[in-house]
Design a protein around this ligand. Structure first.
Ligand code: 6PG
Length: 227
């Protein structure tokens, strides 16, 4: 299990650029890429579309989804469609989590789709409470060792059920990349990347087992790591 590498840059825009370059390179080399939801990645996705318009060799997956239809404004798929997929010239193979289904069914279907697939790059965000994907603090699914995808109740807004990759599925990613910006994340960043791992901070449990874990932060999010 690798220690996380921290890359601290001056601004949110620079953090978005670092991640956009990683995503564009991954798309170019035709790998399997899992995207994150939340609001932070929008800028990175838009920049990625400018950097690499040809995604025809890549596969796109999601680390988690809110249980809403794909055109709902809370949908993680919709975020990626608007900020990335609709802006490129050649689409990847799109493997979305079917948020419109009953959560257990959506999780089972995604688990089947993921069987035998190695995710090369998994992009993740971090919640102010330390959650990652839809793995919330002290949730029973943090103990999951066998399943790759499960359903989960939300512990934060938007309060809709979720479908999420489990810790073993996330840790299997060859490159696990966190994108975290803003002062409201500083406390969680300290707990997730500079404290002892534990279920109170789910992101502290997510590290690439065989590859690299990279944490891209702006100075505001990294402010608890200094001194
Ligand atoms: C989601 C996520 C979630 C997100 C964090 C950070 O579906 O909400 O995938 O884990 O990455 O909550 O979200 P923000 O970028 O909005 O702060």
């Amino acid at each position: 299990m690798s220690d996380p590498e921290l890359q601290i840059v001056e601004s949110e825009a620079e953090a978005a650029r670092v991640v956009a370059e990683l995503l564009a390179a991954a798309a170019r080399s035709g790998t399997e890429i899992a995207l994150t939801g939340g609001s932070t990645p929008r800028q990175a996705y838009e920049l990625t579309a400018d950097l690499e318009p040809d995604w025809s060799r890549a596969g796109v997956w999601w680390g988690d989804e809110r249980c809403v239809p794909p055109d709902d404004e809370r949908s993680n798929f919709r975020l990626a469609r608007e900020s990335l997929l609709d802006r490129i010239e050649r689409e990847p193979r799109v493997h979305r989590i079917q948020g419109e289904l009953e959560p257990e069914r959506a999780a089972a279907a995604y688990e089947q789709e993921l069987q035998g697939v190695g995710l090369d790059l998994i992009l993740l965000g971090l919640g102010p409470d330390g959650h990652v994907a839809s793995l919330f603090p002290n949730a029973p699914i943090l103990e999951e060792r066998d399943r790759l995808v499960v359903s989960a109740p939300a512990q934060l807004e938007p309060f809709v059920d979720r479908v999420t990759l489990t810790p073993p599925a996330l840790c299997a990613g060859h490159q696990v990349v966190f994108l975290v910006t803003g002062e409201d994340k500083a406390d969680a960043v300290g707990r997730a990347f500079a404290g002892p791992p534990g279920p109170g901070t789910p992101a502290s449990l997510v590290r690439s087992t065989a590859g690299r874990t990279l944490v891209v932060l702006d100075t505001a999010a990294a402010s608890n790591l200094h001194g």
